[in-house]
Design a protein around this ligand. Structure first.
Ligand code: ADP
Ligand code: ZN
Ligand code: ZN
Length: 761
């Protein structure tokens, strides 16, 4: 890296990062500095010698060159966690377009010291056998929460209260009642903040020998063992690459992860496991603790700053080998990182919604490259991006095809809502769903009704024939926008801004039942009350989960069988196993199918597959009803057969035809402005520059247009999209736009780049 000036930060901590200082690089040091190099610099009025880190090297002096102080010397041992963080931040900045400071803030942990925390723990006052007996007694009395707690205590006599009320779904009233009965005691404990946010560690240490890998380890099936062998052969031979493990839920992926981790940490290396936040369940964590004891640490967004910094210190000191957590856990400062695992790699939560809009999968790959680590992606429904790369041979594919611990895949019915209308059924529930709901109520089994509103954008479709209004240019669904001043609404494309008058008659069959699609969870709850007056119903959506613990509370009520039917949005489909659920209804699969962006079908396939996975998790067989106006749509057909491969083939044909990722790459450029006119002008200006500068280079420009949500907090949003087969060309375009904006002295945060966006804007 060459350049005559270095931008240096003096303290890599979250708060101070936003103040880099520029120094001159003396001739003797030129060419010797790189991002992350630790240097000594003269600082402040007294020119005290302090340590700093090179953040950026440039040829542009920020001030009068003569006034710049010079870098003193290089600190030779200046490699390590700090340098890693800087290098990774640099990569993120270059790759996604953001300021170095924004990138550093993403990568660097919060640093702050806090007082030790006080924690409540629950101690069992009877022995294990007696706890089990009490558990059985409560079970017989249908006091499920009490039964659950006593059984848990039989296994681990000390449990943190946070875990009991949280993941175990036991209320504080129940805890108090058991304490009054003398079965348990609640105590306070002063702790060095545990590496385990749920406090699992305390219970673990009391309950079982720590850090052994005996006892809970499963004998791997031949298929599982083969995967481990293959990956470890590479590892031992020094070959590092990315692997994709495609296996249905329950096929033993987690067991493969754990075996690989075990082998890698035995070689003195460390591992990071990414899990979507919502899937960080008690059961998952417990499996890791059982196997690895206190060498594991968990990160989640609920950790306080102090807890987080304690954990990071432990990671830096090498006190832990394994970190489990969501996206941000990737930035754990492990010196000897050997393996990164991303479970449910298709999840959109791995993509940051804030600048820099990085994808954890891509950053993980860069990180693994820097650290000489292997990357394993796992999913039952791999992202098209990863599967495409696997097919091209860029990453290595492994498959696990069978469920191991029994449990049948559920029976899936696809119900045609057009046919329901033809038969005179105007209800939101098909006749089959009504019949099955009645049957479950009769048998005392539970049902989940699911409204997949994710990405829902108000498409317009024909109730008689299923026809959906689409953009003639982009082949995505048009979204209905309410008309102003009493005018008729319009239909708008969220990519190119194409607009059309709201259709009144179906262009395909002439029916007047062409309508904007509307259904809410509240409305469904009301209809259920009307159709099934005796049923106990719980609703879970953004409205009912606003208060702090409501999410856990609703799940615990349902787990306690205090309700027959749970109605909710996609937040109910993940990570939770309810043994008594034998029916899952997807009320309108079309809602996510016509979300108005190129990933709508992929997301729908994933959601339907997951929703189907909620039914029949135990010995009881499950049934799934998918309601749709387009039963012949390939997404619905293949999801109902759980045929990923067939879905992939058809979806890729569409992506290829339309040049959507992963067949090509797409970059969204979002222009933010407090001024409506200026915003639109700036968008046009940038788009024109792209057109001129990259003319003849096979660049496809879509827009600019107002974003679907055209204004947020009085900031106007305009957007355009650029498609190209080469990612690198998009990076060049981004660089050119950044340069232009720098020269024109635009606000740095007025334009956002999003590479291969997960949704339309
Ligand atoms: P996934 O991560 O693919 O959902 P898991 O690893 O959780 O799958 O395995 C599903 C179930 O099968 C778990 O209960 C697990 O304990 C069990 N299991 C996994 N591998 C084996 C094995 N080799 N032998 C016996 N049971 C296994
Ligand atoms: Zn029609
Ligand atoms: Zn369009």
């Amino acid at each position: 890296m060459t350049g005559r000036f270095a931008n240096i930060i003096v303290d890599i901590s979250h708060e101070k990062v936003d103040r880099p200082f520029q120094y001159r690089i003396p001739e003797v040091l030129q060419g010797k500095l790189t991002v992350g190099t630790a240097v000594m610099i003269p600082f402040g009025a007294g020119n005290k010698r302090i340590k700093g880190y090179v953040m950026e090297i440039t040829d542009i002096a920020a001030y009068d060159e003569a006034k710049l102080k010079a870098v003193d010397s290089v600190i030779e041992d200046g490699v390590g966690a700090q340098a890693d963080a800087l290098r990774l931040a640099w990569w993120i900045k270059e790759h996604y377009g953001s300021t170095m400071i924004a990138a550093l803030k993403t990568v660097l942990p919060v640093k702050r010291t806090l007082k030790p925390a006080v924690k409540k723990i629950i101690c069992c006052r009877v022995d294990a056998a007696s706890a089990l007996a009490h558990g059985a007694e409560y079970e017989a009395k249908r006091q499920k929460a009490k039964a659950r707690l006593m059984r848990a205590l039989a296994g681990q006599p000390v449990l943190p209260q946070a875990l009991v009320t949280g993941k175990l779904h036991v209320s504080t009233q129940t805890i108090q009642a058991l304490a009054r009965d003398g079965l348990i005691a609640v105590r306070e404990q002063n702790t060095v903040r545990s590496s385990l946010p749920e406090g699992l560690e305390d219970g673990w240490q009391e309950g079982a020998p720590s850090g052994t890998s005996q006892g809970t380890k499963k004998e791997l099936s031949p298929h599982q063992a083969e995967i481990v062998t293959q990956i470890m052969q590479d590892f031992d031979a020094g070959v590092r690459q990315t692997y994709l493990l495609h296996g249905v839920t329950g096929s033993g992926k987690t067991e493969v992860y754990m075996e690989l981790i075990d082998r890698v940490i035995r070689q003195g290396r460390q591992a990071i496991v990414l899990i979507p936040e919502i899937a960080l369940t008690y059961q998952t964590l417990l499996r890791f603790y059982r196997r690895f004891g206190s060498r594991v640490s968990v990160m989640n967004s609920r950790l306080s700053a102090g807890e987080r910094s304690d954990q990071l210190a432990r990671a830096r000191n090498g006190d832990i080998d394994i970190v489990i957590g969501p996206r941000s856990a990737l930035f754990t400062p492990f010196e000897r990182l050997g393996l990164v695992i991303i479970d449910e790699e298709h999840e959109s939560s791995y993509k940051s919604e804030n600048m820099p809009k990085y994808h954890a999968r891509e950053v993980a790959e860069a990180l693994c490259g820097m650290k000489g680590a292997s990357l394993l992606l796992g999913s039952a429904t791999p992202s098209l991006v990863s599967y495409y790369r696997a097919k091209k041979g860029e990453i290595r594919l492994f498959e696990l095809k069978e469920r191991l611990a029994g449990g049948q895949l559920p029976k899936v019915y696809v119900e045609d809502l057009r046919e329901e209308l033809r038969q005179g059924n105007r209800s939101i529930f098909s006749r089959r769903l009504q019949a099955l709901l009645a049957d479950r109520l009769e048998k005392g089994e539970q049902s989940i009704l699911f409204l997949n509103r994710r990405g829902y954008a108000g498409f317009v479709s024909c109730r008689a024939c299923g026809y959906v209004m689409k953009c003639p240019h982009c082949d995505v669904s048009l979204s209905e926008h309410a008309g102003r001043d009493g005018r008729e609404g319009r239909m708008v494309c969220h990519y190119c801004g194409y607009e059309a008058e709201r259709a009144r008659l179906c262009p395909q069959c002439g029916s007047k039942y062409i309508l904007g699609f509307r259904a809410g969870t509240q409305q469904i709850e009301e209809l259920l009350h009307r159709d099934f007056p005796g049923a106990r119903i719980l609703r879970m959506d953004a409205d009912t989960t606003r208060s702090k613990d409501s999410y856990e509370r609703i799940l615990s009520q349902f787990a306690n069988e205090e309700a027959d039917i749970l109605v909710g949005t996609q937040m109910i489909v993940k990570g939770h196993d309810f043994a008594k659920v034998t029916l899952v209804g997807v009320l309108a699969a079309d809602m996510s199918l016509y979300a108005g962006d190129y990933r709508a079908a992929e997301r729908t396939f994933q959601l339907l597959t997951q929703a189907a996975g909620r039914a029949g998790r135990s010995a009881l067989a499950g049934e799934v009803v998918i309601q749709t106006y387009q039963p012949e749509h390939y997404t619905i057909v293949h999801a109902s057969h759980q045929d990923y491969e067939a879905f992939y083939e058809e979806e890729m044909a569409y992506r290829d035809l339309m040049r959507y990722p992963p067949a090509a790459h797409m970059m969204a450029v979002l222009i933010l402005s407090a001024d409506e006119l200026a915003g639109a002008e700036h968008a046009q200006l940038l788009a024109d520059r792209v057109k001129r500068a990259f003319d003849g280079k096979d660049v496809q420009l879509v827009g600019p247009s107002a974003a679907a949500v055209g204004r947020i907090n009085d900031i106007y949003r305009n957007v355009f999209y650029i498609k190209h087969r080469e990612y690198q060309v998009l990076v060049e375009i981004k660089d050119a736009l950044e340069l232009y904006m720098n020269q024109a002295q635009w606000e740095t945060d007025s334009v956002q780049f999003d590479f291969n966006p997960m949704n339309s804007y």
